[in-house]
Design a binder for this molecule. Structure first.
Ligand code: GDP
Length: 362
């Protein structure tokens, strides 16, 4: 459905998501049809084309921008010969990579289990529908037996794990206050980079830290790959963290996992809000990001707006953005334009260390 341009945009976004998840995208195929093929989703002809592409490119995974029924997924895997993943699974994978706090991890696992559970249900449902269609009313071959039993066992196992995770989440809720208090005691200022996927967050993170002096310090031994350390011109150390990116058309089942993963942003001293200046609707994105930040309690953290990809954006759009956001930094991670200005601005906005004054009592 939709125009050819829509399909191309959707494919482009899927590619960006796949790259965020750490995949290298080799080829893209678009299929236009009225209704998904019941057996393989894309239909026999396209399956052949897809298999050829997989072989030619040496791909090990196919990512599909749709909601495939489990049976369709399995059929497609059988015929194409590699793993097939849909958009939801891909996004869950990205969230899992970004979740660090106990709560974020738990919420993501919960979403993964719910996803799995729905697919089990779909699989069972699909099977009985197929069987019912062929042998009207009868249970038929495959409708019961070991297959069904295994689904039941799997479902029970998933349900009990879900119950454990829910309980854990309730307990975590009560430790939140303690964490908040801990935050105030931390010494090293932190900057969280927020914004939509593909805005250029990780490119800017690299640009900002490449030139910076690396500080070897035991404090940073436990940093994860999305956090880098940097140093200001006057020698103050701070951290930069790439947070989980916003996703257009986020499946509703994933909203909670997304928010709790993003909630780690709450710990930051400064938010660097990166926007793709070449996007068709940057202002809509800015509003959406700020809304969510407000919702998760990060609304009162200082924010520096960064309009990236200035090398791509057309001059009219740039002019409008400059007028709307006079305090924003305009830059390009690609050309390096504006990056040193950005670095200076961050340094200005970082909180200064508190000076402890000890009274000496004679
Ligand atoms: P993230 O998902 O927000 O971390 O975005 P990335 O840093 O992965 O960038 C997404 C894509 O945009 C990559 O293909 C980058 O090479 C590209 N990109 C990032 N910054 C710029 C920029 O300033 N100009 C241009 N032309 N492309 C950029």
């Amino acid at each position: 459905t939709g125009s050819k341009a829509d399909a191309q945009n959707a494919l482009f976004e899927l590619k960006a998501l796949a790259e965020t998840a750490g995949s290298q995208v080799l080829d893209g195929l678009i299929q236009r049809r009225q209704r998904p093929d019941p057996a393989t989703y894309i239909g026999r002809g396209k399956v052949g084309e897809l298999r050829d592409s997989v072989i030619t490119n040496g791909a090990d995974t196919v990512i599909c921008d749709g909601e495939l029924a489990p049976a369709q997924l399995r059929n497609l895997e059988d015929r194409v010969g590699v793993k097939v993943v849909d958009r939801t699974a891909l996004i869950l994978d990205i969230f899992a990579q970004h979740a660090k706090s106990a709560e974020g991890k738990t919420q993501v696992e919960l979403a993964q289990l719910n996803y799995l559970k729905q697919r089990l249900r779909g699989w069972g449902g699909n099977l009985s529908r197929q069987v019912g269609g062929r042998a009207a009313g009868g249970v038929g071959i495959g409708g019961r037996g070991p297959g069904e039993t295994r689904i039941e066992t799997d479902r029970r196992r998933i349900n009990s794990r879900i119950a454990i995770l829910r309980k854990k989440l309730r307990e975590l809720d009560s430790t939140r206050e303690i964490k908040r208090a801990e935050r105030h005691r931390r010494q090293v200022p932190s900057v969280a980079i927020v914004g939509y996927t593909n805005a250029g967050k990780s490119s800017l993170l690299n640009k900002l830290t490449d030139a910076g002096v690396l500080v070897e310090n035991a404090l940073f031994a436990t940093l994860d790959p999305t956090t880098r350390r940097a140093q200001t011109a006057d020698g103050r150390v701070y951290t930069l963290t790439d947070t989980v990116g916003f996703v257009r058309h986020l499946p509703t089942d994933l909203v909670e996992a997304f928010r709790s993963t993003l909630e780690e942003t709450n710990q930051a001293d400064l938010l660097m809000h990166v926007v793709d200046g070449a996007d068709p609707d940057p202002q809509g994105q800015i509003t959406a990001v700020r809304q969510v930040l407000n919702d998760i309690g990060a609304g009162d953290i200082r924010e520096q707006l960064v309009i990236n990809k200035c090398d791509l954006a057309d001059s009219d759009q740039m002019m409008i953005l400059r007028r709307h956001y006079p305090d924003a930094i305009f830059c390009s991670a690609r050309t390096g334009q504006g990056v040193s200005e950005l670095r200076e601005r961050i340094e200005q906005l970082l909180p200064r260390p508190e000076v402890e004054i000890h009274a000496i009592v004679p």
